[in-house]
Design a protein around this ligand. Structure first.
Ligand code: NAD
Length: 320
């Protein structure tokens, strides 16, 4: 894939670049010979995910925290483009810790935007989420759906980040690309339903406890598809604020994911038990499918169904 005007030969800061999705973004940017600086505090990221770039003169790693303003201020010096991927992505956590998403998502994003403003950095890509829509009444849900009524503290925090980014874009002549992701899965996944199911079945290969009634049905997209989609959108949109949904065109439910994991692990006679209720946890949205026509208009063609994304992910995770 060719990177065109927006990124070619640019110096790019990737916050959260040592995490699951961030490290795949770093890989594609490095392949295109961008200068990449990863800024990550390794709270849920791993140096192993980026160590293959160590020694490349186009690559630098900064062990820094977005909650420490002078660290991110220094990192933004002489940067052309920021991919803001760092966050606490654990949706469930908001029900037991009400401050974590406020700090790690909203305050962290504010600190970054201030650092960008002070250093005259004018381009930002932000990894947002389907949870900003809450329990949408229109499915597939398009980007212009409203009102946006998140039901998790995580979704609320990411919507607040979006609002900060769009208002900074307007007020300080920045340009922003906001990507609202469905469930992104694949090699290097460290959290989420598949990681959870594999761990549970390793602990007890006879039983799988599924949160909710197992019928929660959502869109899943392989990370390789996700990063391609981002690049297509970046190369083919240039408004002051560009918002894109990123997902597959179908859904798969929790029980079906359980069946794929059992099958790929070669297990038999596994009993599925359910915690009950239509949600896995408080703040869980039972049905999620994003409208991706806007993304497809950029020329991106989704190659993976949710099922294929899940299967490939399970295969790569069980052998690691
Ligand atoms: P991840 O936890 O693997 O990555 C987050 C990275 O951010 C980690 O490397 C972590 O160490 C770093 N980080 C966290 N707080 C930091 C701080 N204060 N300072 C510096 N670095 C910090 O998560 P992921 O699944 O790769 O998610 C990446 C982004 O995509 C997040 O913004 C998340 O909200 C968003 N997202 C993910 C999904 C998904 O399905 N994985 C879906 C929707 C949106």
């Amino acid at each position: 894939m060719q990177l065109e005007s927006n990124l070619k030969n640019k110096k790019i800061l990737v916050t959260g670049g040592a995490g699951f999705i961030g490290s795949h973004i770093v890989d594609i940017l490095m392949k295109e010979e961008c200068k990449v600086i990863v800024f990550d505090n390794l709270s849920s990221g791993y140096t192993e995910f980026i160590e293959h770039h160590t020694g490349n003169p186009n690559f630098e790693f900064i062990n820094g925290n977005l909650l420490t303003p002078h660290e991110i201020n220094m990192a933004c010096n002489d940067i052309d483009f920021v991919f803001h991927v760092a966050a606490n992505p654990d949706v469930k956590l908001g029900a037991v810790d009400t401050k974590v998403h406020f700090d790690q998502n909203i305050t962290a994003t504010y600190n970054l935007l201030e650092a960008m403003r002070k250093n005259n950095v004018t381009n930002i890509v932000f990894t947002s989420t389907s949870t900003v829509y809450g329990e949408a009444e229109i499915i597939p849900t398009p980007e212009n759906y409203g009102p946006l009524i998140p039901i998790s503290l995580y979704g609320a925090s990411k919507l607040a980040c979006e609002a900060l980014i769009t208002s900074y874009s307007h007020t300080f002549d920045m340009k922003s690309w906001i990507f609202r992701f469905a469930n992104i899965i694949g090699e290097r996944s460290t959290h989420g339903i598949i990681v959870d199911f594999i761990q549970k079945l390793k602990d007890n290969p006879h039983e799988l406890d599924i949160l909710g009634d197992g019928r929660q049905s959502k869109s899943y997209l392989h990370v390789s598809e996700c990063v391609k989609a981002i690049m297509f959108a970046l190369n083919n949109s240039n408004e002051a604020v560009n918002i894109f949904n990123v997902g597959s065109e179908d859904t798969i439910n929790a029980t079906e994911i359980g069946e794929i994991v059992v099958d790929e692990m070669g297990l038999e006679d596994v009993e599925f038990t359910y915690t009950g209720g239509k949600r896995g946890w408080k703040g869980d949205v039972p049905r999620m499918l994003l409208g991706i026509d806007k993304l497809k208009d950029t020329g991106w063609v989704p190659e993976y169904s949710s099922r294929r994304s899940v299967k490939e992910t399970v295969k790569s995770l069980i052998c690691r």
